[in-house]
Design a protein around this ligand. Structure first.
Ligand SMILES: [Ca+2]
Ligand SMILES: [Ca+2]
Ligand SMILES: [Ca+2]
Ligand SMILES: [Ca+2]
Ligand SMILES: [Zn+2]
Length: 593
């Protein structure tokens, strides 16, 4: 008796220790590891440790707090020795806006870790970090990630913001969550043996069920997600967290809840989201943005609804260039248009970025089920072998396509040692009596098993890096002044952008979101008599600007150049100042004798 008690204590001690150790922030070390998923606290620890390890190249900002008071951190990667942040093209990457989509944060952490640990070692990374500025917010929705890791759940729970909402209109808020009845950390399915049920055990795999033909005898009744009726209203799990969807609450093309559920009461009602929007607005150098989610294996661009106008052709060319390359970097992923190829969304973050901040924005939908492959037989053979649902021809059964389900189970058995599926086990339910609980585990379905994580984060971070290399790189050349009269000179300038992304998006230019780039000519002893865009250098055709010719407005598209001609009188130093929100700052001086 006493011995059993001691063994019991030791067991509890060991369980507590290993459980605690698994998510201990001490475990986080630079370089970061990507072979398991971090808790929210570990992500915080990771950005703090990266900042501590690379203080000269990083800054850590507390952007704001979430609904439950958790801090949202942003890590800036910039080399101050090569210039101010705002004078360099900014690349913004974030993840985990949906609390359950946790590997999205790992992609951005990997990006930070990769850039910092390779700085000074790899020439391309060194040059990239020297020329650009990276803004990284690994977790947009810290409450979501915190609860996803800590609480029992499914691969889809703890997705929204923790803004209490009365889903069933009974005057109580968030009063009936699903419940982890067996305490294994997963919210699975409940089923009860019942000849009136619509399902029977799959003949090839007792873990799966297939739907029976109408009128035929069944074996199982499906009772929904694991849980009890917490508030005693006769309904089970009818009012869980929120629901405000953090990706439907942004202040552009927002639509209320009756158009789209999860919208929130008004745009930016999410306090963390509001803080993030202010953070972004204060960094007008951001020209390329990546927002990561799961699932589906997609790189999405806007427009997010059909009613939005089509993007300008010049912008589509940039998206195609980057999107097609991203498809090559991450095989299997598809470059797509949100509303057309997926579905319409109102008030989403990406469209707000592209339309109000004028960035080129991709939403990366990480993870595809197809990547979990375990095949010993050819696809055609497999189809012949597949046992369809009795009345639905193999598709649309309780777990969807049974062929795919089988593959996934075999993958889980042989590559993941059964970690992602919870075997059906008996449970005594207060209302339903003897039932069984089982099904896919929380860390499955939308999340790669940890052994696949490193490949996923590396490839997706590489897609970001490719786009970062194609943020504008502008050079300014000034030709030797040509004397054309007494004290009058003709001076030609060339501004070249050697990369794919223009110094201002075509959308921003057409909508006049903010001033175009400027080229200013100044000097104490000189006067700019005329100046304008050089249309044809052979015939000397110039589009002279009528007022204030010393200041020219322009945009340099990708892979192209813009030429100007100035007629300048006087003598002495002449300064040429180029300024662009996305293309940086340049100054060059010549002397007129
Ligand atoms: Ca309620
Ligand atoms: Ca459970
Ligand atoms: Ca209830
Ligand atoms: Ca419940
Ligand atoms: Zn998402």
């Amino acid at each position: 008796m006493k011995r059993n008690l001691i063994i019991g204590f030791i067991l509890i001690f060991v369980i507590t220790l290993t459980g605690g150790e698994r998510f201990s922030t001490d475990k986080v070390k630079v370089p970061l590891s990507f072979d398991y998923y971090y808790s929210y606290e570990m992500v915080v620890s990771a950005v703090k440790k990266l900042h501590k390890a690379y203080p000269e190249l990083t800054r850590l900002d507390a952007v704001g707090k979430s609904e439950e008071g958790r801090m949202i951190y942003a890590l800036t990667i910039n080399n101050p020795k090569t210039g101010r942040e705002l004078d360099k093209p900014g690349i913004y990457a974030d993840g985990n806006i949906h609390g359950n989509e946790i590997q999205a944060a790992e992609v951005t952490l990997y990006l930070a870790n990769y850039l910092l640990t390779n700085y000074g070692k790899n020439d391309q990374i060194t040059s990239l970090v020297d020329k650009k500025c990276f803004y990284i917010i690994p977790v947009i929705n810290p409450d979501g990630r915190y609860h996803f890791i800590k609480d029992g759940g499914t691969s889809s729970s703890n997705r929204g913001l923790r803004r209490p909402k009365d889903d069933d209109g009974d005057g109580l808020f968030d009063e009936d969550f699903p419940d982890d009845l067996d305490g294994d950390g997963n919210i699975c399915m409940m089923r009860k043996r019942d000849p009136d049920g619509d399902f029977k055990t799959h003949p090839d795999d007792p873990r799966l069920m297939i739907r029976v033909k109408k009128g035929k005898k069944g074996e199982w009744k499906i009772l929904g997600s694991e849980g009890i009726d917490n508030d005693g209203d006769g309904k089970i799990n009818e009012d869980s967290e929120g629901y405000v969807d953090p990706n439907r609450n942004w202040g552009y093309d927002w639509a209320p809840d009756y158009v789209q559920s999860g919208a929130g009461d008004y745009p930016f009602s999410g306090v963390g989201l509001k803080a993030i929007s202010e953070y972004v607005v204060k960094r007008p150098n951001i020209c390329m943005t990546w927002l990561f989610h799961n699932t589906g294996g997609m790189f999405l661009r806007g427009p997010s609804t059909k009613s939005q106008e089509m993007y300008p052709r010049g912008d589509i060319e940039v998206y195609d260039f980057l999107g097609n390359q991203a498809e090559r970097i991450v095989p299997g992923y598809r470059y797509m248009i949100s509303w057309k190829d997926l579905y319409s969304t109102y008030g989403d973050f990406g469209e707000w970025m592209a339309m109000t901040q004028g960035t080129y924005n991709f939403v990366g939908e990480l993870y595809m089920t197809d990547q979990e492959t375990f095949s010993t037989i050819k696809e055609t053979e497999r189809q012949k072998k597949a046992i369809p649902d009795e009345d639905e021809g193999g598709r649309g059964g309780f777990f969807g396509d049974k062929r795919l389900e089988h593959e996934r189970l075999r993958f889980d058995d042989h590559l993941n040692q059964g970690d992602s599926f919870v075997e059906w086990k008996p449970f005594k339910h207060p209302v339903y009596g003897e039932i069984e609980i089982g099904g896919w585990a929380k860390l499955s379905s939308r999340l790669s098993p940890p052994f696949m994580l490193k490949d996923l984060v590396h490839r997706n971070a590489s897609a970001i890096i490719f786009s970062a290399k194609h943020t504008p790189e502008v050079s300014l050349e000034i030709q030797k002044p040509e004397k054309i009269g007494k004290g009058l000179y003709k001076v030609r300038t060339t501004l070249s952008n050697t990369k794919a992304i223009p110094t201002m998006s075509f959308h921003s230019k057409f909508k006049k979101l903010y001033p175009e780039d400027t080229l200013k000519v100044s000097g104490k002893g000189i006067k700019v008599v005329a100046g304008g865009n050089l249309i044809d250098k052979y015939t000397d055709k110039v589009l002279y600007k009528e007022y204030k010719p010393s200041v020219q407005f322009l945009v340099i598209p990708g892979f192209s150049k813009v030429e100007h001609q100035f007629l300048i009188s006087g003598k002495g130093e002449v300064k040429f100042n180029y300024f662009s929100r996305h293309g940086g700052k340049l100054v060059k001086t010549i002397t007129l004798k």
